[in-house]
Design a protein around this ligand. Structure first.
Ligand code: HDE
Length: 751
C-alpha cells in the first residue's frame, strides 16, 4: 500500500486529532521478497537428507548434527510469514475498523501470533527444572567387548554423539545456579543401536533407597506449599523434618553439606550413574558396573559465602560459564571410568550394591578409565534442545541392563511417564533432540503431535500383508539379562539396607580438615534456618552416629547441648571394609593443573601502571586465563604516563565473587583512588575470604593493607611483590593452579 496515495483519512471523524499523515492507510512496513523457498533450509520435506545413519559416526564427525540440520530454521533474507507460510505485510498493527475503531476478529495474523504466544510455556520438570546443556561426543579409549556389547565401547577411537544436560534439582526453572543442591548430569548417547541415557548426578549416592519415597522427598525439599518458600534451598523445616526421620539419607546429606553441592562450574564436577548397572557381553555373561565421570579440569567448588554472593551477582553463573567456555573453543572434557565387579564379589561386600545410598569404595573395585566425553557445541536454541530433551533412565541398549535396585525400578517407570504431561503426549521421541540416530520402526501409531507419516494399512505384528515387517529382531535385538528371581511378594528391604551410617562416617573421615569444617558449618547454617527445635535436635542426634566431632561442631554452631545419639536400626552393624577412602575428598582430583578458562580481575583506576597491567595481562592470557580489567566504572581509564587502558568490567557489574583471583597493579594515583573506594576494598576482602589467588604489585600492595588483609609469608595464594611485573606472572599462575587457598581460613573469618 502506498501511504501517500490517498489523501482521505480512514477515520474521517478523527483526521484533525491524529493529523492527516497518521490517519492515512496503515504503515506498509518494509517489504523484502523471500528467496526461492526451494533453496531454503527452513522447510521440511521427506525427500531431504535426514542425517539419520545406521552406522557409527566417523571419528571427528558429530552425526547428531546432521539429524538436527533437517529442522534448523534460519530466517536470514526471508520475509515474515504466518505459520501457514503466508507473507505478513504489517507486523506492527492489528486490523481495525478505522484507526480508532475496534480490532477485528477476522485478523487471523494477530490471532495466530497471540494464540501461539499464549501457549509458549510448557510445564517445567518437577525436579531438575533448571538446566544447561551442550552437544559433544563420547570417545571410546578402551574397548570393552569382553564385558559388554554396548555400542559406544565397541572399539578404540569410536565416537558416539551425545547431548548432555546439567541441572540443579530443587529450584524452579528461573532460579539461581549456585544454590546448595545436587547437580544432575544426564548424558544421552545417540548410538547406532538406539539411544542410551545415563541419567546421573554429581554425587554418587541418593537420599532414599526405594522409589516409594521419592514423591515424599521431593515434596519435602521443594518450596513449602503454603507460602511457596524457600526457592532453590534445602535450608527449611520440611526438608530437615523429612531427612531427620529418614536415617538412610545421612550419607547423601554428608555429600550435600560438603562443597560438592556448590561447584565452581559444571565443567569441574564429577558425575555418577549412582545405581549399580549391568554389563552384558555377546556370550550373555554379565558383570555389575558403576559409572564415574571425572572432569579433566579437576573437581572444584565454591565456598558458601561466595555462592551466596554469586547468586545475586549472576544467577546464571554456571550456565554462562559452560556457554562461554564452549563458545571460546574450550569445551570441557571428562574421563569415563567404570567399576566392574561380579555378583559374587558384591555378595561379600558389607553393604548391598542394590542400595543407592551406598558407594562401592574404590579400594574394593578400582575405577578403570575407558573413554572420554567432550562437549564442543552449544545448542542453537534453548527451548528446542535443552528444554525439550527428554532423558529416561529406562533407555538402555543391548549390552546394558538394570539391576534390582528398587530406586532404579521407580525411575524406569517415571521418566517416560513425566514427559507425557511435560511434552504433551506420547510422541516426544520424535522431537528432534530426542530422536535416535538409529531408525525407528514399530506399530505404535497416532497420539498428540505425531510427526511420522506411516504408509500402508498394516500397524500390527504378526502380519502377512506387509511381508511380516517390521519383524522381531530375535537375538539381534535387546534381550533382557535372564536374572533368576525367587521369593514371596512382600514390602520390605534386604537386611544390609538397614545400616545407614558406615559410609557417612567413611565420607567424613576421608575429608581434609577444611572440608570437614565446611561440612559442619553447612549443617549448622541449614539447621539454623529450621524453626522447629526438635527437628534440629533430631538431626544432630543422628549425626552423632556419623562422627562425634561433627555432631559437636554442629551443636556448637547452633548453641545447643549435644543430644543422645539416635538409636540405630541395627544394633550390630557390619564392619566396613575401609575406614578412609582418599578418592572421596575434593582434593583427590586437582585436575590437569591447567588454569585455562579461569577468570582473573586486574583492578584499574586513573594513574594505574599501564606497563604492569599489560605485562601481567599478556602472561595470563598466554596461559589461557580470561582477564577482565575491572575499573571504578567501565570505559577508558587514563593510566600513568598518558597511556589509556580500557576497563571492560566495573566493581559494580562484576564483583569479586565472579572471579578466581585478582591483581592490584602498581601506580600511585590508582592505588590512592582505589584505597578510598570501599567497593575495591570489599572486592579484595571477599576474594581473600573466598580463598582466591591475589597479587599486589608495587603501590598496589597498599590496597591489601587498607582492606585489612594481613601479609602472610605462609599464604601461598597471597603474593605481595615488587620489581619487574613480568617476573611475577609465573608465581601467580602457579598459585592459581592450586585453585583455592583454604589454609588461610579462620573461624570466624578474621577479614
Ligand atoms: Fe530423577 N527424575 N528421579 N533422579 N533425574 C527426573 O524426569 C525420578 C533420581 C535425574 O536433565 C524427572 O524428565 C524418580 C536419581 C536427572 O532432563 C522425573 C527417582 C538420579 C534428571 C524423575 C529419581 C536422578 C532427573 C523430572 C527415584 C541420579 C534431569 C523430569 C525413584 C542417578 C534430567 C524428567 C534432565 C529428572 C524421577 C531419582 C537423576 C520426575 C522417580 C537417583 C539428572 O521423571
Amino acid at each position: 500500500v502506498d501511504a501517500t496515495a490517498s489523501a482521505i483519512p480512514h477515520n474521517t471523524g478523527k483526521a484533525v486529532e491524529y493529523g492527516a499523515e497518521a490517519a492515512r492507510c496503515p504503515y506498509a512496513g518494509t517489504a523484502a521478497r523471500a528467496p526461492d523457498s526451494s533453496a531454503g533450509a527452513s522447510t521440511l520435506s521427506e525427500g531431504e537428507a535426514s542425517g539419520k545413519t545406521n552406522g557409527p559416526a566417523a571419528p571427528g564427525v558429530n552425526a547428531a548434527g546432521g539429524r538436527l540440520e533437517r529442522v534448523r530454521a534460519d530466517a536470514t533474507g526471508q520475509a515474515l510469514t504466518t505459520n501457514q507460510g503466508v507473507r505478513v505485510s504489517d507486523n506492527q498493527h492489528s486490523l481495525k475498523a478505522g484507526l480508532r475503531g475496534p480490532a477485528l476478529l477476522k485478523d487471523f495474523v494477530l490471532r495466530e501470533k497471540i494464540t501461539h504466544f499464549d501457549h509458549e510455556r510448557i510445564p517445567e520438570r518437577i525436579v531438575h527444572a533448571r538446566g544447561s546443556a551442550a552437544h559433544g561426543y563420547f570417545e571410546c579409549l578402551r574397548p570393552l567387548t569382553d564385558l559388554t556389547m554396548a555400542a559406544p565401547f565397541a572399539e578404540k577411537g569410536k565416537r558416539t554423539p551425545v547431548f548432555v544436560r546439567f541441572s540443579t534439582v530443587a529450584g524452579e526453572r528461573g532460579s539461581k545456579d549456585t544454590a546448595r543442591d545436587v547437580r544432575g548430569f544426564a548424558v544421552k548417547f545417540y548410538t547406532e543401536e538406539g539411544n542410551w541415557d545415563l541419567v546421573g548426578n554429581n554425587m554418587p549416592v541418593f537420599f532414599i533407597q526405594d522409589a516409594m519415597k521419592f514423591p515424599d522427598l521431593v515434596h519435602a525439599v521443594k518450596p513449602e506449599p503454603h507460602h511457596g518458600m524457600p526457592q532453590a534451598a534445602s535450608a527449611h523445616d520440611t526438608f530437615w523434618d523429612f531427612v531427620s526421620l529418614m536415617p538412610e539419607s545421612t550419607h547423601m546429606l554428608m555429600w550435600l553439606m560438603s562443597d560438592r553441592a556448590i561447584p565452581r562450574s559444571f565443567r569441574m564436577m564429577q558425575g555418577f550413574g549412582v545405581h549399580t548397572f549391568r554389563f552384558v557381553n555377546a556370550a550373555g555373561e554379565s558383570r555389575l558396573v558403576k559409572f564415574h565421570w571425572n572432569p579433566v579440569l579437576g573437581t572444584h567448588s565454591q565456598v558458601w559465602d561466595e555462592a551466596v554472593k554469586v547468586s545475586g551477582a549472576d544467577p546464571d553463573f554456571h550456565r554462562r560459564d559452560l556457554w562461554e567456555a564452549i563458545d571460546a573453543g574450550n569445551g570441557p572434557q571428562w574421563e569415563l571410568g567404570v567399576q566392574v565387579f561380579t555378583e559374587e564379589e558384591a555378595e561379600r561386600f558389607s553393604f548391598d550394591v542394590l542400595d543407592a545410598t551406598k558407594i562401592v569404595p574404590e579400594e574394593l573395585a578400582p575405577v578403570v578409565p575407558v573413554g572420554r566425553l567432550v562437549l564442543d557445541r552449544n545448542p542453537d536454541n534453548f527451548f528446542a534442545e535443552t528444554e525439550q530433551v527428554a532423558f529416561c533412565a529406562a533407555h538402555v541398549i543391548p549390552g546394558l541392563d538394570f539391576t534390582n535396585d528398587p530406586l532404579l525400578a521407580g525411575r524406569i517407570h517415571s521418566y517416560v511417564d513425566t514427559q507425557i504431561s511435560r511434552l504433551g503426549g506420547p510422541n516426544f521421541h520424535e522431537i528432534p533432540i530426542n530422536a535416535p540416530l538409529a531408525s525407528v520402526q514399530n506399530n505404535q501409531r497416532d497420539g498428540m503431535h505425531r510427526q511420522a507419516i506411516h504408509r500402508g494399512r498394516v500397524a500390527y505384528e504378526p502380519n502377512s500383508l506387509a511381508g511380516g515387517c517390521p519383524f522381531q529382531a530375535g537375538m539381534d535385538g535387546f534381550v533382557s539379562f535372564p536374572e533368576p528371581v525367587a521369593g514371596d511378594e512382600l514390602r520390605g528391604h534386604p537386611e544390609k539396607f538397614a545400616e545407614h551410617y558406615n559410609q557417612a562416617t567413611l565420607f567424613y573421615a576421608s575429608q581434609t580438615d577444611w572440608e570437614r569444617r565446611h561440612i559442619a558449618s553447612a549443617f549448622a547454617f541449614e539447621l539454623s534456618k529450621v524453626t522447629v527445635l526438635a527437628v534440629r535436635r533430631r538431626m544432630v542426634a543422628s549425626l552423632r552416629n556419623v562422627a562425634d566431632e561433627l555432631a559437636r561442631d554442629v551443636a556448637d554452631g547452633l548453641g545447643m547441648d549435644l543430644p543422645d545419639p539416635m538409636p540405630r536400626a541395627i544394633a550390630d552393624p557390619p564392619r566396613p571394609e575401609v575406614d578412609v577412602s582418599p578418592a572421596l575428598s575434593l582434593t583427590a582430583r586437582p585436575g590437569d593443573g591447567s588454569v585455562a578458562t579461569r577468570k582473573i580481575a586486574i583492578l584499574v583506576a586513573e594513574g594505574v601502571d599501564a606497563k604492569a597491567v599489560s605485562a601481567i595481562a599478556d602472561a595470563l592470557i598466554g596461559a589461557g586465563v580470561v582477564v577482565r580489567l575491572v575499573g571504578q566504572r567501565i570505559g577508558p581509564v587514563a593510566a600513568e604516563g598518558g597511556r589509556m587502558v580500557d576497563a571492560d568490567a566495573s566493581l559494580d557489574n562484576q564483583p569479586s565473587a565472579l572471579f578466581d583471583g585478582a591483581v592490584a597493579p602498581g601506580g600511585g594515583p590508582a592505588a590512592e583512588r582505589l584505597r578510598a573506594d570501599g567497593r575495591a576494598l570489599e572486592f579484595l576482602r571477599d576474594a581473600y575470604r573466598h580463598g582466591k589467588t591475589l597479587m599486589g604489585m608495587g603501590e598496589g600492595k597498599q590496597l591489601f593493607a587498607a582492606a585489612g588483609i594481613p601479609p602472610d609469608e605462609a599464604d601461598g595464594g597471597l603474593l605481595l611483590v615488587d620489581g619487574e611485573p613480568g617476573n611475577s606472572a609465573p608465581m601467580f599462575l602457579e598459585a592459581l593452579a592450586r585453585h583455592r587457598h583454604p589454609e588461610r581460613e579462620t573461624s570466624p573469618p578474621a577479614v
